[in-house]
Ligand binder design. Structure first.
Ligand SMILES: Nc1ncnc2c1ncn2[C@@H]1O[C@H](COP(=O)(O)OP(=O)(O)O)[C@@H](O)[C@H]1O
Ligand SMILES: O=C(CO)[C@H](O)[C@H](O)COP(=O)(O)O
Length: 591
């Protein structure tokens, strides 16, 4: 279990601090009267805990745990059995391990007395779904189900339910379901209902044994408090809860008679509002975390939406892009509109009183990781190590040396499918223009640029739908790549502001903890006091932007050609892949 610490405080550390961990102490006495909150961000690859001062959002210490089982997208760890294409699973115990390791480590790094902590907030990737018994026990923890893939957590980027999403969308369009426009006209295979329908039809025994279909964002709060409370954010964006209702029994039964009661029996449950307390920290969770039993625990939230107040970006037109493994764009508006291909709009989905919009790109950092892990020759890793740089930064610096367009390449950022604006996870990646002299760093740059073109497609969809984007704010792990940020500014033709925190989502979770502990009246007020933003850090370079406009025009042609039905080759290739894997032809067959 690998935990990394970060002591960001300048406080004199008491004996409780692990000096043997190499923490330096500075002669600044801690504020013994200060109140603190803990924010815990459960990302795709790791969980991060941050200790935050309630009065001003100062981050005193943080710690990260990489999930021991990571993302299971090729084999099931418990058995070694191969998983079908487009699957992505996780092990829920990994999330509890974050509570047991990263939280105590963050408290130690912060050098505070845990008794000064008044609340804890969490955020999670979504839609990451946990099938549980009535008491919240995940089905994969039952010995009889440990070898069943459907017993495990389906991570947000589990895309094997696309056929189920297609059926939901076709029927909803045919029946003119009123909720469909709230999701840009298409429900994603990543969301609760497509995944639930897949579970029913591929493993009905598990489906029937399951009592609750729980967002991981709510499951972790359940572990902390002993109470199951659904959060209003995922209920709206991922659980098709609109105007106080889920899709009807009649609609669900038309998909599959056995699915008619899915919303009533497996999904519906008490819904808590963002910033409210879901409960208080249980005795067991207090032992795990080192936090005081009985402190407020905020209703769960999503890693993207929770970040808007942390960036002081909750006003209409401020689009916050949480850029990590994937990118989520979230933005408030006082207008309710249908934005084609958005992920959803929820009244109060980000902060109360405004319509919260979400869009997204399922693959961003994931695409760069795929390239690093499979396409980069060893000599680049050796050179990066020699230069004392990460491979990402080394490749970025190499790529940045060339003028815009010099690589002669264009790429489609669909290696993890397309969440917005096409909502189709049967699409796949593309790099066009390679020659025998194309270099590794040139392809890497084309992939960086492609994700920015994807973001521009989303911004232009909002602008064309009467929900204008006036400011673009970046949070998440990718903001550390300055060249990527400048590329986004040039391609979007917008200034890029950045959240002044390396742990934006965790800071957002901490803000919600402060509200849940009644330190602030609401999330807006807490965000104003505790959030942090660096305004207009990057501004468009006109010369680069002009060349990028020409590349974006090519991107749009490819986007529509491969994404809107002119050529279904990507769908055919995935179908062929599934057939080949299902009935492998080894070439040793007898005539
Ligand atoms: N300097 C970098 N440039 C580009 N991509 C990076 C860089 N550093 C990390 N990444 C990518 O960012 C992703 C991790 O993002 P992060 O926000 O830290 O995690 P999470 O998505 O779990 O919240 C990984 O996919 C990794 O490939
Ligand atoms: O869809 C989401 C939010 O609505 C997911 O949480 C997000 O796409 C995954 O998060 P990350 O890229 O930070 O791991």
């Amino acid at each position: 279990m690998f935990v990394t610490y970060q002591n960001t405080s300048h406080f004199f550390c008491f004996a409780s601090c692990p000096r043997d961990k190499g923490f330096t102490t500075l002669n600044a006495r801690p504020d013994l009267t200060a109140e603190y909150v803990v924010g815990i961000d459960f990302g795709t690859l790791s969980g991060r805990a941050v200790v935050v001062r309630v009065s001003d959002g100062a981050e005193l210490g943080s710690a990260t745990l990489d999930y021991p089982h990571g993302v299971m997208d090729t084999t099931l760890a418990a058995t070694g059995a191969a998983l079908p294409p487009e699957w992505a699973l996780q092990v829920p115990q990994d999330y509890v391990d974050v509570l047991k390791s990263a939280v105590p480590a963050a408290l130690a790094a912060a050098c505070i007395d845990p008794a000064q902590v008044i609340g804890v907030g969490t955020d999670f990737t979504a839609c990451t779904m946990v099938p549980t018994l009535a008491d919240g026990t995940p089905l994969n923890e039952l010995p009889e189900y440990a070898d069943r893939p459907h017993a495990y957590v389906k991570l947000w980027r589990h895309h094997a339910a696309q056929p189920h999403a297609d059926r939901i969308n076709d029927l909803a369009f045919e029946r003119d379901e009123t909720w469909l426009p709230r999701y840009g006209g298409l429900i994603s295979s990543e969301w609760e209902f497509a995944k639930g329908l897949q579970l029913l039809e591929e493993d009905p025994e598990l489906y029937n044994r399951m009592e609750h279909w729980v967002e991981a964002a709510d499951w972790i709060v359940w572990q902390l408090t002993g109470r199951y409370v659904r959060n209003a954010c995922t209920a709206g964006y991922k659980g098709i809860f609109q105007n106080g209702a889920y899709p009807t029994e009649d609609f669900l039964g038309a998909l599959n008679p056995a699915f008619a009661q899915f919303a009533n029996d497996k999904v519906a449950h008490e819904i808590g509002q963002l910033g409210d307390a879901a409960g208080t920290l249980s005795a067991e969770a207090a032992l795990w975390t080192g936090l005081p039993e009985g402190i407020a625990v905020a209703v769960g939230n999503v890693d993207a939406h929770v970040t808007a107040p942390a960036a002081q970006a909750v006003e209409p037109g401020q689009m916050v892009a949480i850029m990590g493994t994937s990118t989520c764009q979230v933005m408030n508006s006082d207008q309710l509109a249908e934005v084609p291909g958005m992920c959803g709009v929820v009244d109060g989905g980000i902060v109360s009183g405004l319509y919260g919009y979400e869009a997204g790109q399922s693959g961003v950092g994931d695409i760069f990781a795929w390239f690093i892990n499979t396409q980069v020759p060893p000599r680049y890793f050796e050179a990066a190590e020699h230069a004392g740089q990460s491979i990402h930064q080394y490749l970025t610096d190499l790529a940045a040396r060339a003028p815009v367009g010099a690589h002669g390449l264009i790429a489609l950022d669909w290696h993890s499918g397309n969440r917005s604006v096409l909502v189709d996870h049967e699409l796949s990646g593309l790099v066009l223009g390679t020659t025998l002299t194309t270099r590794t760093e040139e392809i890497y740059r084309a992939l960086l640029e492609a994700t920015a073109f994807g973001a521009r497609s989303i911004v232009e969809s909002f602008n064309a739908s009467g929900v204008p984007v006036t400011e673009f704010i970046v949070a998440g792990g990718l903001l550390k790549n300055a060249f990527l940020m400048q590329t986004y500014s040039d391609i979007l033709r917008l200034p890029i502001s950045t959240i002044a925190s390396e742990q934006g989502p965790a800071l957002g979770a901490a803000i919600h903890a402060a509200v849940a502990a009644n330190a602030y009246a609401d999330v807006r007020a807490a965000g104003q006091a505790m959030g942090k933003l660096n305004k207009n850090v990057y501004t468009p370079n006109e010369r680069s932007a002009g060349v990028y406009d020409r590349l974006f025009a090519e991107y749009e042609l490819l986007h529509d050609y491969f994404g809107r039905g002119a050529n279904e080759v990507m769908h055919r290739l995935k179908a062929l892949k599934r057939e080949a894997i299902a009935a492998p032809i080894t070439g040793k067959e007898t005539a």
